[in-house]
Design a protein around this ligand. Structure first.
Ligand code: 4AD
Ligand code: MG
Length: 431
């Protein structure tokens, strides 16, 4: 008999099927065993009754421990009260392995303990829900760009130079030379944008950040579109469309997981509609002052500043035109005020902070050479990047959206560490 998957069990109501999976939970009422079985696609209540199943089957069920691997056979019937809406009356059971004493029990464990057991914790219902939504979010992001004629260009992970500043580079030995793990695919995408006009890269990026906040990972995934002949307003609209679409599709596809498993207040997400407010840095700074924040104009926003700004609005908010001094070397100056840059951050609501950073890039050769020198970056490593300004330079803009921060916001999580299967944090490299 071919094993079926719990996710599609509704198609088998009234018939006898085989499931392969693991025991999620067992309890008994003396004459009945209730096995909650998971198979990776869902959970299913399987009932073993002493009277109908017979002694041998009943004793086998009694020997099962949490996470034992099994093949189980039985008749499916609809039951509104059961998790998933269906139930199995068990007619046969074969044990693949009786699991050893499983370390994660339904009782409360500390997060550090669970993180040490991350390889097992992923089997839990809550983590399962988060990862399912993560996979969906990644699909929605790709489809947003694919459906708009963007070409996916994978950029390298080993790089000879910095993109987002030299203080957070991971250095490695590259056959006797120095190489760095990429912080962003942007610089390479500026080259591919000149070849393909609208591109995006989507991959892991690395920041040796000594930050121990709930928003920082050492290794995280970023999608980065780059568009030839686009300016700041164009990419704000592109970013707005992306966030509206992926949040909307997440609500459509994963409402039950969000509400029932993660207990997310989805009314907050239902507000995520265009247009998002667009606030200049100066206006955002004035707003912080008015609200009595200990914020100094000219500096970057801290986490609490971002929360104070976004709390003024019922949906994500753009902050644009940051001082050039606090942004990366490649930011195009504002033609109306050279002190400012054509940069933008998108702040999510409910204290989730910045989920997108981007802007328009310098396309003037002399200016870019000057900025690279001022930033103390090695000119030689940037020659290919400067070539893009030598051979048909073009105004262009783009942004990066962090998958984990966005997922954390969509799921309403306390910390980004639960948004990636195996998080890399300042104090964690295992498992
Ligand atoms: O603002 P960032 O540093 O921008 C760039 O890297 C640009 N080169 C992107 C571009 O224009 N192509 O990072 C972009 C986003 C942030 O808004 C945030 O969502 C995420 O990447 N991010 C992090 N996520 C988790 N942990 C970290 N340490 C992160 N650093 C940035
Ligand atoms: Mg940023």
């Amino acid at each position: 008999m071919q094993a079926v998957e719990i996710e599609r069990i509704g198609e088998y109501a009234g018939t006898e099927v085989l499931l392969k999976g693991w025991v999620y939970n067992v309890h008994s009422s003396g004459k009945i065993f209730f096995l909650l079985v998971r198979d990776g696609t869902g959970l299913m209540q399987c009932i073993v009754e002493r009277s109908s199943a017979g002694e041998e089957l009943f004793d086998k069920a009694a020997s099962l421990t949490q996470e034992s691997s099994i093949e189980i056979r039985g008749t499916i019937r609809e039951d509104k009260r059961a998790p998933g809406g269906y139930e199995m009356s068990v007619t046969g059971l074969s044990v693949i392995q009786i699991a050893e004493n499983y370390p994660i029990t339904p009782k409360e464990h500390g997060t550090d303990f669970l993180m040490d057991k991350r390889h097992l914790w992923l089997r839990g219902q809550r983590q399962h829900a988060i990862m399912r939504i993560r996979a969906g979010l990644i699909r929605f992001i790709r489809e947003y760009f694919d459906n708009r004629g963007f070409v996916c260009m994978d950029t390298p992970i080993f790089t000879p130079n910095a993109c987002e500043g030299t203080t957070t580079l991971f250095e490695t030995d590259y056959f006797g030379d120095k190489a760095y793990l990429t912080q962003s695919g942007q610089l390479y995408n500026e080259a591919t944008a000149a070849a393909f006009r609208k591109v995006y890269c989507f991959g892991p990026t690395f920041r040796a950040e000594k930050s121990k906040t709930r928003r920082h990972l050492i290794e995280f995934w970023m999608v980065e579109p780059e568009v030839a002949f686009a300016g700041l307003d164009d990419i704000m609209s592109l970013a707005e469309g992306l966030v509206v679409e992926i949040v909307g599709r997440a609500l459509e596809s994963y409402r039950a997981l969000l509400v029932d498993v993660l207990e997310r207040d989805v009314t907050k997400l239902e507000n995520v509609r265009a247009p998002f407010p667009r606030l200049s840095y100066d206006d955002a700074a004035a707003l912080l002052k008015k609200k009595g924040a200990a914020f100094e104009t000219g500096s970057d926003f801290g986490g609490t500043d971002e929360t104070m700004i976004s709390d003024e609005f019922d949906r994500p908010v753009f902050v644009h035109r940051f001082p050039a001094a606090i942004k990366a070397f490649y930011m195009q100056p504002d033609p109306d005020d050279a002190r400012l840059s054509l940069s933008v951050d998108l702040l999510a609501s409910e204290g989730y902070g910045e989920i997108i950073g981007g802007g328009q890039r310098i396309h003037d050769l002399a200016l870019l050479e000057r900025r690279i020198a001022e930033a103390g970056l090695p000119e030689k490593a940037f020659q290919w990047y400067l070539d893009l300004r030598r051979y048909g330079t073009f105004p262009h803009a783009g942004f990066g959206l962090g998958v984990e921060r966005t997922l954390s916001y969509v799921c309403g999580l306390q910390h980004v560490r639960e948004t990636i299967p195996f998080p890399r944090l300042i104090n964690r490299l295992t498992p």
